[in-house]
Design a binder for this molecule. Sequence first.
Ligand SMILES: *[C@@H]1O[C@H](CO)[C@@H](O)[C@H](O)[C@H]1NC(C)=O
Ligand SMILES: *[C@@H]1O[C@H](CO)[C@@H](O)[C@H](O)[C@H]1NC(C)=O
Ligand SMILES: *[C@@H]1O[C@H](CO)[C@@H](O)[C@H](O)[C@H]1NC(C)=O
Ligand SMILES: *[C@@H]1O[C@H](CO)[C@@H](O)[C@H](O)[C@H]1NC(C)=O
Ligand SMILES: *[C@@H]1O[C@H](CO)[C@@H](O)[C@H](O)[C@H]1NC(C)=O
Ligand SMILES: *[C@@H]1O[C@H](CO)[C@@H](O)[C@H](O)[C@H]1NC(C)=O
Length: 559
Amino acid sequence: MGRVALFVLMSLLAVSAPAVAEDPYIYFDWKVTYGTISPFGVPQKVILINDQFPGPNINSTTNNNVVVNVFNNLDVPFLLTWNGIQHRKNSWQDGMPGTNCPIPPGQNFTYHFQVKDQIGSFYYFPSIGMQKAAGGFGGLRVNSRLLIPVPFDPPADDYTVLIGDWYAKDHDVLEGLLDSGRSLGRPAGVLMNGKSGKGENDPLFYMEPGKVYRYRICNVGLRTSLNFRIQGHTMKLVEMDGSHTVQNVYDSLDVHVGQCYSVLVTADQRPRDYYMVASTRFTKYILTATGAIRYNGTQEGPDPDLPPAPVGWAWSLNQWRTFRWNLTASAARPNPQGSYHYGSINITRTIRVVNTIGNVGGKLRYAINGQSFEETTTPLKLAEYFGVPEKVFKYDTIGDEPPADLSSIVVAPIVVNATFRNFVEIILENPTKGLQSYHIDGYSFFPVAYVPIPTPFYIHRMGGAKWSPEKRRTYNLIDAVSRHTIQVYPGSWTAIMLTFDNAGMWNLRSEIAERRYLGQQLYVSVLSPARSLRDEYNSPANLLVCGLVQNLPLPPAYT
Ligand SMILES: *[C@@H]1O[C@H](CO)[C@@H](O)[C@H](O)[C@H]1NC(C)=O
Ligand SMILES: *[C@@H]1O[C@H](CO)[C@@H](O)[C@H](O)[C@H]1NC(C)=O
Ligand SMILES: *[C@@H]1O[C@H](CO)[C@@H](O)[C@H](O)[C@H]1NC(C)=O
Ligand SMILES: *[C@@H]1O[C@H](CO)[C@@H](O)[C@H](O)[C@H]1NC(C)=O
Ligand SMILES: *[C@@H]1O[C@H](CO)[C@@H](O)[C@H](O)[C@H]1NC(C)=O
Ligand SMILES: *[C@@H]1O[C@H](CO)[C@@H](O)[C@H](O)[C@H]1NC(C)=O
């Protein structure tokens, strides 16, 4: 059987799988409040979920229906988004300001989504303004179903490690800074599961000698790439952003904002405590968080000498080039991951986006192809669904090619109209001095360009950031890791490929919070011409309405 035929057969099997209703449900009631923590010794206002910081981990299994009733007890509107969860046919649950009305203070909204055909490590975070700077985030793992083989033995335990830079300022103070045209500046430090490690003696995790543990590491911070490592231990990489990888062994990993990695760690060292370390990369001053792991039964504290972080861009790039998809491992289904041969599909559209930094009215803005995204009070998805898009936004205000003159910036909502099921190539060019990290909701994609090493780097920075069609010859068309967030180095570019087969309105954003807040994001509208339940769900019965659509009748339901 040919590859394509096999893939088609698998797809048919998928369609005829048992009805959605038979998949198990898991329920959560979440109370969102302000609270106080002091990670650096100074009390600070943060966002708690069920009194926890970070929020509770969601432990789910492929195809589970996840029902989360979120009670907003803050004094400001609130929304959560589920970074990396694909919400097949269901952008109604994506929880971005362009897809959902915010949950008003004192009210609740029940998210209901299925972790359909997914496995791996993800996280959720508050999607409005700079609320993520105050917490409200937590881990979300999707286990493989019992009968699906996992490409490693079951670990003795499974630990979630959320690392991120931390500004130690209220989210409204940070919003004020950005609104007044300034930049966020340097973070105050780094947190690991809500702690800086300073003055902490209690371990975060325990390991029994001889056993193997899975650690899921996500960078939930605002802007800084972090290097993660464990004293005295190597890490076997097994999964990233929801795909099983080739199992290389690393001393440390660069984790960029928005990304998640799973590693296996064997407790094969002398029993004592060991530090996990997360330290900032590409920053003038290196900030570090630590958290201890204790071998059960030991009394000996960790060595205060921390393993050093790697230095420089090239190291990071070289590490990235070693990441490969494991083509023979199972994913959410028992078929090998490689039965989807993205490299043999013809590209139907190439979208080239260039991110720039500029000024509008004397204030800092970040732009994509000369436009800087502006939030609307009516979510874009609702404007489109209720049939009044023209009152809220214009389609395709940016082209598939950047304009020749990128010096002026227009501030407006940005909605790119995509054709359902098109296979596209998106080129992400970053001619700025800072690292970019791009994410798209609703999909995972193949980052195919292991960017030709820019040597010497400064030459690349001065114009080397440009992509050209002959660069396609350098693409990895075989085993790039399917994922949802990809870094783009300064003065560099990368290319991603994906099929727009998930109908809905999807946010493509910079995961760097300041860049996103000040304009580097857009939405992709993927409409199925059939307007059928086969392709997209109807709006849920508990849909929150706001803005211009508040008093409009619901459009006829899809059947
Ligand atoms: C998570 O779910 C798996 C599979 O149902 C279960 O084996 C495991 O004990 C759960 N872990 C936690 C921490 O609840
Ligand atoms: C709010 O919570 C109640 C249950 O306490 C639920 O019935 C209702 O659907 C929720 N509201 C929304 C908009 O989801
Ligand atoms: C890929 O997964 C297969 C199937 O589980 C496993 O046997 C193999 O060792 C993995 N290969 C690598 C290179 O990690
Ligand atoms: C290791 O120690 C921790 C903390 O005392 C305990 O919770 C855990 O159950 C222990 N594990 C084993 C296998 O004894
Ligand atoms: C891709 O395009 C080439 C050239 O236009 C064509 O010959 C080939 O059949 C196409 N392949 C597929 C899978 O559509
Ligand atoms: C979006 O694209 C589709 C397919 O090309 C087209 O049919 C539709 O009219 C477009 N919609 C808008 C609003 O431009």
